[in-house]
Structures are given as C-alpha cells and as structure tokens.
Design a protein around this ligand. Structure first.
Ligand code: NOJ
Length: 749
C-alpha cells in the first residue's frame, strides 16, 4: 500500500466512515451455488469455452500465481495466469482484473487471500471466536471480513481452516475451533456462510488430517484410523461444504502414508464421488512439487501428473502445472479430458460465484469500506464474548475505590503493531485504543494508570526497561500484565515443545508476582499454554486468543465489569506438555483412575489425568445453576430426535450469559464409545435472579459412529445425557435408541 494512500485513508476515515457504499454493495454479492436452469446454463457455457480454449489457456486456469514486485499483467492478458493471490492494493487488483477482461476469453480471475480473522477490522483469532460459543456472531465476523476483502477486490479466501487438533504444540491450532468436533462443525458452517455472504468464495482447508501431525509438528505425517478420520477429522469439512463452500484446499501432510495433495481416495473418491462436491480443489502453497520431497514423484512433471490425477485442480505457487502440463498433454502422458475436468471445476466456481458479472471495484473508494463503524462494532462484540475468565480470586471486576493505582505491564497492551501472524500486511488500519487508555476511560478520573512495556519486542524475547516496569508495578494497587505469544511463536510453522510464555516474559511475570501486589494476568496467545504454576499465584487469569482490533477495549470492559465475561474454553488446557493429547471426549480405559494410590491404573505418576481447565469452562461475575434435566423422548427411533431441556438460573447479582452444554454417552455398545460427546449447546442471556428453560434437539443420527469402511452406525441401546456449564457436567439423565441403523438402513437386531 503506497504511503500516501495510507495517510489519505487514515486522515479521511472519520469523514468516509458513514458512506459504506462499497461494503453495502459487496453485501449484495453473496457467493453461492446456483441450481436448476441457471446451473445448467453455466455447464453449457463451460462446454462452449472448453471448445474454444487452447491447451495453454486451459493450463492458465489451473495456475495460481502470487503477487511479486514487477508482476507482469501480460501473463494474465495472454491467458497464462488464471488466478492470483496475495494482492492487497485495490488499484493493483483492479488492474489485474482488467487484464483478465482484456484476455481473449475474458475469464475473470480468482483473487485469493488468507482472510483468517479479518482484513482491516480484526476479529479474535478463530480459536477465540470459537470461545464465544456464538455461531451467529462468528458468522457476522466472517461476513465483515468477506465484505472488507471484497471491497478491496478479493473474491476468494483461503479460509475457514477446520482442521481438528488436540495438540496445542501445533502452531496452527489458532485457525481452527478447538478440540470438539460438534463445535468445530458449527463454526465451520458459520464462517463459510459469513465469508460467502460477504462476497468471497470460501476455501475449507486443509483436506485432510493436517491437525493430526505427529507431535504437533507442522507439516508432519498424520496416521489416522479410518473410524477417527470419519468421526473427527472429516465432519467439519462436511459442515462447511453443506454450508456451500465453493472450494477446498488439499493439505501439506501425508495421511496414512499418502500425501494429501496426491490422495485420490480422499479428493476424488470421497470428496467428489461420495459427497458430491462440485467445486474446485486448490493445492497448498507449493505442495505439488513437495510430492518429490514426500518421495512419491521423481520429478516435477510426475508430481504434476499425480496431483492432477488425484483431483487437485489449481496449483498454488508450485509452478509445476504451468511448466509441465501442456507438454505432458502433448506427449500423451496426461489425457486432455483430465485437464478439461479440472478447468470445468475452476470455471464452475467462477461462474456460480458470479465473478464475471459483478462490477469492478473502484480503488479510489474501496478503502472507505474498511473498519467501518458496524464492522468495528461487530469486532467489539466478538472480542467481548471471546474473553475467557479462567481464575478470579474476587479481584475482578476492578473496584475503582480499591484499585486507584493501576500498572499496565506488557507490550501487548498497546496496539502499535496490531498485526499477528495470519494477517495480511499492507492493508490500512486506523490506530485503536490501548489497554491502558481504555482502562483510564472506564475507571474514570479517580484512577491513575501507568504503562510499561516490560519487553521490547512483541515476541517478548528481550526486556525493555525492566526496572521501570517493576517500579511501576510496585507502586500500584493492582498489576494488569498483558503477556502472550505473538509473531514467530504462533501460526504456521510455529510448533512448540514448551508451552510457556515466550522469551523473558515468564521471568518478568515472576518479578511482577514477587512485588507482592495482586497480578491480573491477561493472556493473548494462539494456543493454550501450560499455566499450572500460576494457580493460586495470580489474582486473576484472563485468556484471550488475540481478541482483535477491539480486543484491548473489550478486555478493559471485562476487567472493569462493564462487560460480564462469557467465553468458554474451546480446548482443554493441559497441566503439562506430557499430558498431550488431553481432551474431553476420550474413550474410557479398562483401568480408569480410581484411587490413584494404585499404580496399575491409567494415570501419570507425576501429574493428574484431568486438564487444568476442561473444555467448555469459563467463569462469570455472576453465578449460574442448572437443574431439572428433562428428557422428553425417553425412547427414540434411530431416525428420530432426542429432545431434552434443562432449567438455567442466574443466582448471582449481575446479568450475564451462560453456555449450557449437552453431552451424550453410550455406555455399552459393540465398540468402546467416548465418556461424553458434546451434541448441543445454547448461549443464553439471563438477568440477575432470572431463570429460563433451555431446550435441545439432537438427531439420533448424530449419536452414531463410523466403522472402518466409513459407514455411519447408530446402535440400539441405552444412552446417558449429561448437562452442565462445562464438560465437567452436573446433571445426568437417560434415554434409549430402539433400533440400529447403518448409513440410514435399519439393521436386524
Ligand atoms: C500455506 C498455508 O498452509 C495455507 O493455509 C495458506 O492458505 C497458504 N499458505 C497461502 O497463504
């Protein structure tokens, strides 16, 4: 983004903010599958185009090229580049799209970008969005992200990432929705709908098993039994596709020995034949030539042939389709029908998404759609609901009478470098409120707020003025320490074996605790860290997964009690790295933990089995109780519906929101089933003293599991229902399923 443009943007934002014409216009360009005669007309148009296209033009549609200095639009005009990525300047995007219109066949470009948790307005990281347990809000976040992207000229995003992972060592955990498959599926669908309603085609990724890499090491091998693939890893993809995702990205990793980029069984047999997906599959960045490193291709040409044959339509920055496919066709090693099929899928996405009928953006006004008041409002609401209160000895909310001198410590309290790993660089953003400024505003004139960064860099690798930080902390009534992971410590390629605060931050925190002043630790991380050593030593623990543009303001609102926290952990927090994987829906063992004195139980000698904070957990400033679990359907058919309800009461003195969670267990089946599985949840707002009955409906089909052939089984028998305000549920009921089915077909008893 040229500097002048940026200055103009920042200077004029206040004036332009009310005119949201571009964002509004984008809102009228939802991207969705068309049906009936419209879909048939698109196929006929594709037939016509395929007859007109040269082999080089066809290969151009399968090539995705990333922006570089000196990018040559002539390649687009000649039809050799059909898709581009990583542009953020609207003028450049208008220029490349114009070049596509000047090409012989005038096929529009896909212009892709990773719009993971925002473009200009940042929302909490997806893991933080999951902590809201509020799919409508998450959909709204994706909608604004889609609108901002679309306003700049982007029409395709490489999101949502829906990879299931139970391993916080993996740096990309932050892009997903945590450990639970039900929550992940709901968030996957919400994000897909939001992006596409905002005007960008979604790409559900990474197909498949990327979150299952051994030891949480990025790009590493995943070994996933078929049952687990179908029960855990695939369902969120299915949810995103059912929500209309137009594209899918193949994963970097190998799954059960076959690199996902060449996995015909997954990309063609399952995704296309079994699930009926009609959209395009894009490789990950350079993952086609990486088939050589995986050891399944001798050279680039073979890598290209294998990926194409498996069902990868677009080569993202691997350059092997563009270099080799035309030659391979001419040499008879790649059938033209295979190329045509891939081109058809790319064109299908472009035409179903209406990419050639929407008007070009106007670069001069595009930026007025960024950080608009309603987008920032949505970001504020999402940030508020994403904040998880893990510990509170009663210090929160801050009391202006007792907490007159507040020391805010930690560079993360300031938004100077708002950008975190996933964010597109170069997109204009206006300055936002710092944590100290927000606290000063909310605590009023009686409070004195001091700020010290404590650490120099955002990775917390070096101390800033350490003495000044300790001096400020010692002089305060309360210390608000905002520490965490940033830049190199989270995201892609940022796997870790130690889940501590990076750099010198642990040392800084120990010194702050050593002052004897109460410490409220606010964490901004991309994963759960190991926090066991802090239990009982900090007065309060507030977890955020980088809460976004409005995050610091929202944190101050929570700290001061203007907002009652309602976020819940979307993933278990381990007590020690050695516990990993630790998750709520594990199987029972033959030797469960009972007395712990007996060593031949499934326990650790030196650590508890349970996580430090379980899935679905989070405190509030009020108290909620749940009671009176009623099962309205004590006996259901395998195609029927379980109906249950529970009474929730706010028994404290503040209004607040609670996430009521319903888990189901089949205690006896033909295979061992999890100790509990989340099947439904609802977030309710209750006034102090109020009660509400919350009802849940769960299709019996959702109680099933997959066999080794990927067939869904619903088994007759008794089931337990557990309800609570976390996965450590409080209430229990029972019902039964009266007959078994396999893939919907009734089985003999
Ligand atoms: C690699 C990542 O794995 C993928 O998720 C992303 O979309 C691409 N890089 C493009 O940035």
């Amino acid at each position: 983004m040229p500097r002048l443009l940026l200055r103009l943007f920042l200077g004029s934002l206040a004036l332009l903010a009310p005119c949201l014409a571009v964002g509004d216009a984008a809102a009228q360009m939802p991207m969705a599958w068309k049906t009936g005669p419209e879909a048939a007309a698109i196929e006929r148009r594709i037939d016509r185009l395929l007859r007109q296209m040269t082999v080089d033009e066809k290969v151009g549609q399968l090539h995705l090229y990333g922006r570089r200095e000196g990018f040559d639009n002539g390649e687009i005009r000649s039809g050799r580049i059909g898709n581009v990525m990583n542009f953020v300047d609207p003028a450049e995007m208008a220029a490349v799209q114009k070049a596509a219109r000047e090409s012989r066949l005038k096929i529009p470009l896909l212009i892709g970008l990773d719009a993971v948790h925002g473009v200009s307005t940042y929302f909490p990281l997806p893991l933080g969005q999951a902590a809201t347990f509020n799919p409508a809000l998450v959909e709204e976040a994706a909608l604004w992200t889609g609108r901002e992207a679309r306003a700049l000229g982007i029409n395709w995003t490489f999101a949502p990432m829906v990879d299931m992972s139970r391993d916080p060592r993996w740096g990309r955990l932050l892009e997903g929705a945590g450990e639970d498959v039900h929550l992940s599926g709901i968030m996957a669908a919400a994000r897909t709908r939001g992006y596409q309603a905002g005007g960008v085609a979604a790409t559900v990724k990474h197909f498949v098993g990327y979150g299952g890499g051994e030891a949480g090491r990025d790009y590493n091998t995943a070994w996933i039994p078929a049952e687990q693939l179908h029960d855990l890893h695939l369902p969120p993809f299915r949810s995103a596709l059912d929500a209309g995702s137009l594209s899918v990205m193949a994963a970097f990793n190998s799954v059960n020995g076959m690199p996902a980029t060449a996995h015909k069984g997954m990309l063609t047999d399952l995704l296309r034949r079994q699930w009926g997906f009609r959209g395009l599959v894009v490789s990950d960045f350079g993952s086609i030539p990486e088939l050589m490193a995986h050891g399944i291709a001798r050279d680039e040409a073979e890598a290209a042939r294998k990926a194409l044959a498996a069902g990868v339509d677009i080569d993202m920055m691997g350059f092997v389709y563009s270099r080799h496919l035309a030659t391979e066709v001419r040499a008879g090693r790649v059938p033209i029908a295979q190329i045509d099929e891939a081109v058809r899928r790319v064109l299908r996405v472009k035409f179903h998404a209406g990419m050639d009928t929407i008007n070009d953006i106007d670069p001069k006004t595009a930026e007025s759609a960024l950080q608009s008041p309603p987008a920032l409002d949505a970001a504020r609401r999402a940030a508020r609901e994403s904040i998880i209160l893990l510990e509170n000895d009663g210090i929160l909310p801050l009391d202006p009478a007792r907490h007159r001198r507040v020391a805010v410590i930690g560079a993360l309290a300031r938004p100077d470098q708002e950008r975190v790993w996933t964010d597109p660089a170069g997109v204009p953003r206006k300055p936002l409120e710092s944590l100290d400024a927000a606290l000063a505003r909310l605590l009023g004139g009686g409070a004195t707020i001091s700020y010290q960064p404590g650490v120099t860099t955002y990775c917390g690798t070096e101390f800033a003025d350490r003495a000044a930080a300790i001096e400020a902390a010692s002089a305060a009534d309360v210390i608000i320490a905002k520490l965490g992971e940033d830049c190199e410590f989270m995201g892609e390629g940022a796997s870790r074996t130690r889940l501590t605060l990076p750099g010198v931050q642990d040392a800084l925190l120990e010194e702050l605790i050593g002052t004897g002043k109460p410490v409220v630790l606010v964490l901004a991380t991309g994963r759960p860290l190991v926090l066991s050593h802090l239990k009982g030593r900090v007065a309060a623990l507030v977890q955020t997964f980088h809460a976004g543009s409005e995050g610091r303001t929202a944190i101050a609102e929570v700290l001061t009690g203007a907002v009652n926290p309602s976020g819940k952990t979307p993933i278990s927090f381990p007590r020690a790295v050695g516990q990993i994987p630790v998750y709520h829906d594990h199987l029972p063992t033959g030797r469960p933990e009972t007395k712990r004195r007996f060593r031949y139980e499934s326990i650790f000698m030196d650590e508890a089995n349970q996580p430090l904070y379980p899935f679905g957990y989070g405190l509030s400033y009020t108290r909620f109780s749940i009671s009176d679990l009623r099962i309205e359907t004590p006996r259901i058919d395998p195609n029927g519906l379980l109906k249950a309800s529970v009474l929730v009461s706010n028994t404290g003195s503040r209004d607040g929101q609670e996430v009521v969670q319903l888990y189901v267990r089949q205690p006896v089946a033909s295979i061992s089933r999890p100790v509990r599985q989340l099947k439904a949840f609802d977030k309710v707002m209750l006034k102090a003293g109020a009660s509400q009955r919350v009802s849940f409906t769960v299709p019996a089909q959702a109680l099933g599991y997959h066999d080794t052939a990927g067939r869904l089984m619903v088994e007759a028998g008794g089931f337990e229902v557990h309800a609570g305000t976390s996965s450590m549920t409080e209430l229990k009921g029972e019902f039964s399923v009266s007959g078994s089915t396999r893939d919907g077909v009734r089985m003999r008893p």
